[in-house]
Design a protein. Structure first.
Length: 90
């Protein structure tokens, strides 16, 4: 069972998942984005591997970082979690 969460807490980007996010998957599509651009998907423990594989098979995955580390001051402001949408499939 998924633990209750704060409505403002980040949630997993996997389609239909409402679990709290634990991981940030930083990616870009080289056909659309400049090399330094990072888009983000968020992942719970259960969906981290699936979402990483989805992005990795396409050559889009650049980094996988714990959400707590991503949010640390000085971690960079380019691809903060949120607002990037849900994963294409889940």
């Amino acid at each position: 069972m998924i633990p209750p969460q704060n409505p403002d807490s980040p949630i997993c980007s996997a389609k239909g998942c409402r679990a709290p996010a634990v991981w940030v998957l930083a990616w870009n599509n080289p056909k659309l984005h400049t090399p330094e651009r990072r888009k983000t998907w968020l992942a719970c423990e259960e969906h981290r591997e699936h979402l990483s594989s989805f992005l990795g098979m396409r050559g889009f995955l650049k980094d996988v970082v714990r959400l707590a580390e991503w949010e640390e001051p000085g971690a960079g402001d380019e691809g903060r979690p949120g607002g990037e949408g849900s994963a294409a499939d889940g």
